[in-house]
Design a protein around this ligand. Structure first.
Ligand code: MG
Ligand code: ZN
Length: 386
């Protein structure tokens, strides 16, 4: 009896539901389509819109709570609130909880690997990075961070080391073998007192880089290639480093966009993570607001340019951070932490500009690489041979 009712009901449904009418003329601007791409064992979705430039911003340790804390403290909307295409990213490495090296390797090379690896696979073979692909395709490239330029996140975009620890000088020497136009962050000493007694500062100047330790003194000067190393080792907090990151982002965009070639720029807000490790809400908020001012620089350029994809995401969350009290009116955040390390929670990704639709839904961190490689139209280039 029940079966009969179901059959009758489904008969009624299939006969009574008309297919919706298709509008006679499709609006012309609605040309974005999403297609599936397959590469080796990898499947992901990309849009058919290809950007001329990519600005890829990574908030190290920037989970949803860190973003929320920033928005409460700012009291006015974050720049991130202008982004309409939003997705979620699974951050695990070969372990459930990733570190920044494996996290950046996943996004820069498309491979999950072991914690501590600087763009090396689980067998310690080199993995070709998005910056290396871009350079090969004659894109201009830049790397900007509030950590040392040899720290895990930035290093994974140009370097290859089996471990992240005690390789600052090796990574500085590796950087010198590349042709990356802009490098900004801390770590002057690793260049000045380089591997085997080399002075990489002098070598960089010989290679045509304008080298400085103070972004504020650069002013309107726009060199073709620039290295700015703001501190001997790790850069300090905002109180001492001031407006460095937004200024560095602006200068990097200025340098890379001027010749009208394609460019890829990675910008890291590194110390959001350090605030999480120290379980300090104030530190997290301070760094989030600095990162927000930096995203503003990228967004403003992209909005004017109309041909630039801006991506904002994180390598992982840090601190198991949550907000258990405070005041939206006073911009006050009362945070609590479940860890002094990273957590396995998914992190958001925000996209703006041509290709942005590719970054909606839930994705693996490795998919970011495959989507970028396709959107940047450098997917036909050969992978690394060694
Ligand atoms: Mg980092
Ligand atoms: Zn960390």
């Amino acid at each position: 009896m029940n079966k009969l009712i179901i059959i009758a009901a489904s008969f009624l449904l299939t006969t009574s539901c008309k297919t919706p009418e298709v509008p006679k003329s499709e609006p012309k601007e609605a040309t974005t389509t999403i297609q599936e791409i397959k590469e080796k064992d990898h499947t992901t979705f990309v849009s058919n819109q290809r950007p001329k430039n990519v600005i890829f911003l990574i908030g190290d340790g920037m989970g949803l709570t860190q973003i929320t804390a920033g928005s409460i403290a700012k009291k006015t909307p974050l720049v991130l609130e202008k982004f309409r295409q939003i997705g979620l990213v699974k951050t695990y490495s070969t372990k459930l909880i990733t570190d920044s090296a494996a996290g950046a390797t996943a996004m820069a090379t498309g491979s999950k690997t072991y914690n501590g690896a600087i763009s090396m696979d689980i067998h310690q073979n080199k993995l070709k990075t998005i910056v290396e692909y871009a350079e090969e395709a004659n894109w201009l490239t830049g790397i900007v961070t509030t950590a040392t330029v040899t720290h895990a996140t930035p290093a994974c975009f140009y370097g290859h080391q089996p471990t992240r620890s005690r390789v600052n000088q090796k990574l500085a020497a590796e950087f010198m073998t590349k042709n990356i136009e802009v490098l900004m962050g801390g770590g002057w000493n690793y260049f000045k007192k380089g591997l085997d007694g080399r002075d990489l500062i002098a070598e960089a100047q010989e290679k045509g880089y304008f080298v400085t330790d103070d972004i504020e003194q650069v002013g309107d000067y726009r060199p073709e290639k620039m290295i700015c190393l703001i501190s001997p080792k790790l850069p300090p907090r905002i109180k001492e480093r001031g407006n460095y990151l937004p200024l560095a982002a602006k200068k990097a965009i200025d340098i890379l966009s001027y010749p009208k070639s394609n460019f890829f720029l990675m910008i890291e807000g590194a110390q959001i993570d350090w605030g999480g490790h120290q379980n300090q809400s104030d530190y997290i908020v301070e760094e989030m607001l600095d990162f927000d001012r930096t995203i503003q620089e990228a967004f403003d350029f992209a909005e004017k340019d109309g041909n630039t994809l801006v991506l904002v995401t994180a390598d992982h969350e840090t601190g198991g951070y949550s907000i258990n009290g405070g005041s939206a009116k006073d911009g006050k955040v009362e945070g609590k932490f479940t860890s002094d390390y990273h957590t396995a929670t998914m992190v958001p990704i925000f996209a703006y500009g041509p290709g942005a639709e590719s970054f909606t839904g839930i994705m693996e961190n490795t998919e970011i690489f495959y989507k970028l490689k396709y959107l940047m139209n450098i997917d036909s280039l050969k992978p690394a041979s060694d």
